[in-house]
Design a protein around this ligand. Structure first.
Ligand SMILES: NC(=O)c1ccc[n+]([C@@H]2O[C@H](COP(=O)([O-])OP(=O)(O)OC[C@H]3O[C@@H](n4cnc5c(N)ncnc54)[C@H](OP(=O)(O)O)[C@@H]3O)[C@@H](O)[C@H]2O)c1
Length: 260
């Protein structure tokens, strides 16, 4: 049976770059996202350039039932998933009183519910084999939830809490759970509103390639969590030494939009 790395959100940004870097390292891949046309093109390109087997499954993971469907498809095709990357996710920016409730429910479903369902199903399989690695993509906002990103920050705080506790639980099972925590990354993730914030101008986005390289290393060899980049590591630790009321004022300022 061939073994595979399954990456959700592989059609763009960090996931796309991780797919390419893992193919270059000769890993077979299962790519998942909604954009089937992009995934199909990636399958052709990555398999011809790197000589690896690339499968793709088009799936909307903001519908939690589809996470189970995805697992069932993988099992029915007898694809052995040795590594799972829960990377698919999106955010929104704006006043909670005005942002779309439907969008927020989709966000919670994708960033949290589907991530938990996929982690459970694949972790159970991996534990039976006493081997496997799961990497969940959180964010620097997992450590410092930002105003105007209230629901998104909360989903990523969930991801870090879930992943770190699960890593401890599964310590003796052969299943390693890690968490990648990027700061801002140059990808289509950012809405126009996000791009106008003070945070985006003071902490310049990192190239997706560099963040993906850190992710690939963590997925294949790492333990625990990885905050990508020294600046981001420093910022993520600020709440430890700063009173929370001051911290919230700083965060509100960073998350506000530039005047000019
Ligand atoms: N960019 C940043 O600054 C940043 C910072 C910290 C953390 N992150 C996290 O990093 C991860 C990757 O984000 P990115 O920056 O690479 O963003 P991106 O370029 O927008 O990529 C998001 C990926 O998720 C997929 N996706 C979105 N909605 C989906 C759905 N309903 N079902 C299945 N797949 C879906 C997208 O594919 P389709 O549209 O084809 O479905 C795409 O492949 C996310 O979890 C994000 O929260 C990003």
């Amino acid at each position: 049976m061939k073994s595979y790395i399954l990456i959700t959100g592989a059609s763009s940004g960090i996931g796309y770059q991780m797919a390419e870097q893992l193919a270059a390292k000769k890993f077979n891949l299962i790519l998942v996202a909604r954009s089937g046309d992009v995934l199909k093109r990636m399958k052709v390109e990555l398999s011809s350039i790197y000589g690896v087997d690339v499968q793709f499954i088009t799936m909307d993971l903001s519908v939690p039932e589809n996470a189970k469907k995805l697992f069932d498809i993988v099992k029915s095709q007898s694809l052995l998933v040795t590594h799972l990357v829960n990377n698919a996710g999106f955010g929104d920016y704006g006043s909670f009183l005005e942002t779309s409730m439907e969008n927020e429910v989709d966000m919670i479903n994708l960033n949290v519910s589907s991530l938990v369902i996929l982690t459970k199903l694949f972790a159970q399989d991996m534990a039976l084999r006493k081997s496997g690695r799961i990497m969940n993509v959180a964010s620097i906002l997992s450590f410092l939830p930002f105003p105007y990103y209230s629901v998104y920050s909360a989903t990523k705080t969930f991801v870090i809490a879930f992943s770190e506790t699960l890593a401890a639980e599964l310590e003796d099972t052969g299943v390693v759970v890690t968490t990648l925590c990027p700061g801002t990354v140059e990808t289509p993730f950012h809405t126009d509103g996000m791009r106008k914030t003070n945070a985006m101008s003071t902490n310049k986005p990192m190239p997706a390639k560099d963040v993906a390289a850190a992710g690939v290393n963590l997925l294949l060899h790492g333990k625990g969590k990885k905050v990508v980049g020294f600046n981001n590591w420093f910022i993520s630790n600020l709440p430890r030494i700063t009173p929370s009321s001051i911290m919230m004022t700083i965060k509100k300022n960073l998350a506000s939009q530039r005047k000019s």
